[in-house]
Design a protein around this ligand. Structure first.
Ligand code: HEM
Length: 430
């Protein structure tokens, strides 16, 4: 293992070249769940496991300020976003998200709007020779989440907005054209939303008082001030963009149903579509749909790791972590760690049946507490959408024509190369 005192090689290029496999592969060659390396010229350490989650999410150890690279702020998160705040400033901004994203009635309403948009789209898919599921799911979800947040969206705008929201995610971790598309998409959408916030504030635009647009426009930060219109746009995009990104998981869910078709039968049995008992599971499925959603989030590659900066000279299990070092939590590696998951590279939702998922074990959307730490506040929404859309997918009749379904781990974020093409769609009767 590299010593903290010995100079060691910068691994930014191998990381870009190897994507999701880089960190788990390098960790496999170390004696414990710890790796010392150098990234973008900085001393960096990477950890994983529930104990590591608690270490990394402790603000006495690791903070976010100055840790998020400019290319990520200018594409994925936005400048001044909640992701980049610490301490009380973070807590106050985070409360805004939690109030909007974790209310069960609100989540159910978003699911209802999304499944209605899906059913309408499925009628159209039936008239087309083939459709790319990833693209279609992004449009369905973008339309629903814009309606839900109170962002006015003309019918003809949906495709362009969905494409921009996807582009911001797709291009955050790569140099080249995908990255420039992501930057342009962010600039365009901040310019689109900032005047909407200004209009809600001066009364020239009317939106429901409890909509996300209105709540963000009214929000006061820790110093008592309103968000400037651009930061408000950034935070609205921090709802629209990741919700639309659930299309990644929808494409992965379709991939899983295709590769392991027994899952389709189990989802249908539970939702009452095979003539079996529903057990009250209905449209969003029951325990199996929930387990399936968790397994899709665990198994497939999406967020590779999160990171911050060590605020002091620290020690992790005897390993020195110097102040200022980049501290990474290996999310993808932890979700495939044989110490936590039996047979981690097999897709088996049953691993989640009849057991409680510990807070810091399953970490596709970060660890720790959503209230206090940076853990994703959109997990309820992600799981609820994924459950409902997986049941919808299981009920839909379609063919999977010849195509490239490989999911290269070099590409961050990964996705099936073809986008998952389906043909001969027949929506379920009734
Ligand atoms: C599509 C699936 C999603 C994935 C894979 C995902 C993943 C993540 C991850 C890894 C983090 C960072 C955790 C950390 O820094 O410690 C995060 C934070 C965040 N996510 Fe998600 N997320 C998803 C969906 C959502 C949804 C649906 C929303 C909102 C509707 C959302 C809103 C946010 C926000 C606002 C943060 C920043 C939280 C903070 O800094 O305190 N995400 N997400």
């Amino acid at each position: 293992m590299d010593s903290p005192r010995r100079p060691f090689l910068d691994h930014s290029l191998p990381l870009l070249a190897r994507g999701y496999a880089w960190l788990p592969d390098r960790m496999r060659r170390t004696s414990g769940p710890f790796l010392r390396t150098r990234l973008t010229g900085r001393h960096a350490v990477a950890l994983r496991g529930p104990e590591a989650v608690r270490f990394v999410y402790d603000e006495h150890h690791v903070r976010r300020h100055g840790a998020v690279p400019e290319p990520v702020r200018s594409t994925l998160f936005g400048h001044g976003a909640v992701h980049t705040l610490d301490g009380q400033a973070h807590r106050v901004r985070k409360a805004l998200f939690l109030s909007l994203l974790t209310d069960p009635d609100g989540v159910a309403e978003l699911v209802g709007r999304t499944t209605a948009a899906w059913d309408e789209a499925a009628e159209r898919w039936a008239r087309q020779p083939r459709v790319v599921l990833f693209d279609e799911a992004s449009r369905v979800i973008a339309r629903a989440v814009c309606e839900w947040t109170g962002v006015p969206l003309g019918g003809s705008e949906t495709d362009a907005v969905a494409a921009d929201l996807v582009a911001m995610v797709d291009g955050f971790a790569t140099p080249g054209p995908r990255h420039w598309r992501a930057r342009a998409a962010r600039r365009r959408r901040e310019k689109w939303l900032a005047p909407l916030v200004a209009g809600v504030r001066d009364g020239s635009v009317r939106v429901p008082a409890d909509s996300a647009v209105a709540v963000v426009a009214r929000h006061r930060d820790v110093d008592g001030s309103e968000l400037d219109a651009r930061t408000a746009a950034v935070e609205l995009l921090n709802i629209l963009r990741p919700t639309t990104a659930v299309c990644w998981f929808v494409a992965f869910a379709a991939h899983a149903l295709h590769r392991w078709p027994e899952n389709r039968g189990r989802l249908l049995a539970e939702s009452g579509q095979d003539g079996g008992p529903t057990g009250g599971a209905g449209n969003s499925g029951g325990p199996y749909a929930e387990a399936f959603a968790h397994e899709v989030r665990r198994f497939y590659p999406f967020a590779p790791f999160i990171g911050g900066r060590a605020v002091a000279d620290l020690t992790w299990r005897g390993e020195p972590v110097p102040a200022g070092a980049l501290v990474l939590l290996d999310l993808y590696g932890q979700n495939h760690d044989a110490a936590l998951w039996e047979d981690p590279y097999s897709f088996d939702p049953r691993r989640f049946l009849g057991r409680t998922v510990e807070r810091d074990e399953l970490v596709p959307q970060g660890g720790g507490s959503a209230e206090v730490n940076h853990r994703c506040p959109g997990e309820d929404i992600t799981v609820a959408l994924l459950r409902a859309l997986s049941v919808r997918l299981a009920r839909l009749e379609y063919r999977v024509p010849e195509q490239d379904l490989s999911i290269p781990l070099r590409r961050v974020p990964a996705r099936p190369r073809s986008g998952f093409v389906i043909a001969g769609v027949r929506p379920p009767a009734g």
